[in-house]
Design a protein around this ligand. Sequence first.
Ligand code: AMP
Ligand code: MG
Length: 472
Amino acid sequence: MNNIPCYPKKFISPKIILYNNKLADFLGINLDENNYDLLSQIFSGQKLFFSEQPYALAYAGHQFGFFVPQLGDGRAHLMGSVQASDGQFYEIQLKGSGPTPFSRGGDGLSPLGPALREYIISESLFHLNVPTTRSLAVVTTGEKVHREQEYLGGIVTRVALSHIRIGSFEYYTNINDLSSLKELVNLTIEKHYPELNIKNSVLELFKSVGFKISKLISKWMSIGFIHGVMNTDNMALSGQTIDFGPCAFMDEFSHSKVFSSIDKNGRYSYENQPSIALWNLSRFAETLIPLMDTTETEAISKLTEALEQIAIQFEKDWLDQMSLKLGIENIEHNNKDLILNFLNMLEKNQLDFTNSFIALFSESYPESPFSIEDICENKEFQEFKNQWDCYLKQKNISSADAFKIAKKVNPLVIPRNHFVEIAIEKAYKNDYSYLEKLVSIIQNPFELKKDAYSWTAPPKSSEKVTKTFCGT
Ligand code: AMP
Ligand code: MG
């Protein structure tokens, strides 16, 4: 395969600012968390620790719908892999670690802000039980990065089950390299779908990937998460969330919400995420056609049929996740209308997505002294609540049972944009205490001590963050 050996850039004075101790323990990485010097050297790529030979991976991808035949790791180095305590191997990658043969004129660097955003958001998703790549460390490089202004550079260490993306397959399809494609299929099955029989299971692989991505997207939808750059190169076959560019959590609900400054047409808006994932899966299916041992026509018809099954699963998984949020476990009940009524009511009344689910259960929380009064007093919210109460009664679901189900999936706290921005702003000024607090708060999203209630507050209009940037 066309991955290229290469090394991170030399940085004179890297400095570790975040180290994910628990994750390090899970990965079996035995490093002294107080040895800042060593951590700074390792997580800036100055000292090789995970293997002798770092790599930049080759991949292509559809970016905003247009095919780019060669993307690849232009600012990332795969440093090696480790076996974690769950028995699985995890890849360790530095991002922002300097140019590679895939940089295409880019500087290979990242400002500190996006590195911190990736750390915060991935840590939050993990604790919200959403499949995700994780962040092990963030260092500052000590060097300036030139964007619309100068920023201090940062490197995030990403931990992923693998970095195989839909774009990896597209790369080898485009250069007609069937043997690498086969190797990729085998690798993907071995790593992520060992339950499949390697022989003859291309179609099964496609379905399994589709079902995993369906689960992933339904989880994103259920927490108001907007990935922001769902290009095919940013969609991992492991079904883990990958590539945290301009991603963000929604405050007040809107179906068509977009944060990314570059997503002018809203291609990757909240409501488009399921259909875009299916679009990406169609691109994946196209790469598999030559690998199926049937005629091309037959292969296309089988893959199309599989895609239809996956689309049905998308609807089911979405319904599943959203029902749980209303305290309903059994989706045999016809609750799609109920969910849509709720979402439409939220949008019409500009209510906060996360807190509105908490407000539905306001009586069940022992105390609810944080910012849900506005929601509870909203007339249309109250009307919906009556409708939902009737529904639960009709289905013989007690409020206690509904609460038991819902409290496991309705977070009290998410990394709201205005908090993330403050954390980043302060970090640029060498003040990391707010960042550390935010990280500790989002690590426990379903429980919240009273003194942490301020973290549940939606932004005041002056605090609203309307645009996010990917920092490339
Ligand atoms: P991303 O937005 O991280 O998904 O990046 C899309 C593509 O652009 C990938 O191939 C990246 O490696 C590449 N890229 C993004 N930023 C840079 C940069 N500063 N220097 C070099 N390549 C970059
Ligand atoms: Mg990417």
